[in-house]
Design a protein. Structure first.
Length: 67
């Protein structure tokens, strides 16, 4: 095969590999961000000294009574 085409094929393969690695890293970062948000929410709720029933009422009121 033409050396120029082989070089381009290698570049395509390398670029594809980099994209896959970056996509996996992005997914991991998104997962870590969601976990950090969840932890923050839990800490806030626990620190508010509100009962579970009162929290449910508060959230329903906040959402306009839907659900």
């Amino acid at each position: 095969m033409n050396p120029r085409i082989e070089r381009i094929d290698r570049e395509i393969a390398d670029t594809t590999n980099k994209i896959e690695k970056l996509q996996a890293k992005r997914q991991e970062l998104q997962k870590r961000r969601a976990e950090a948000e969840n932890t923050e929410i839990i800490d806030t709720v626990r620190g508010s000294n509100i009962s579970l029933a009162d929290l449910a009422v508060l959230l329903k009121q906040k959402n306009g009574g839907t659900q």
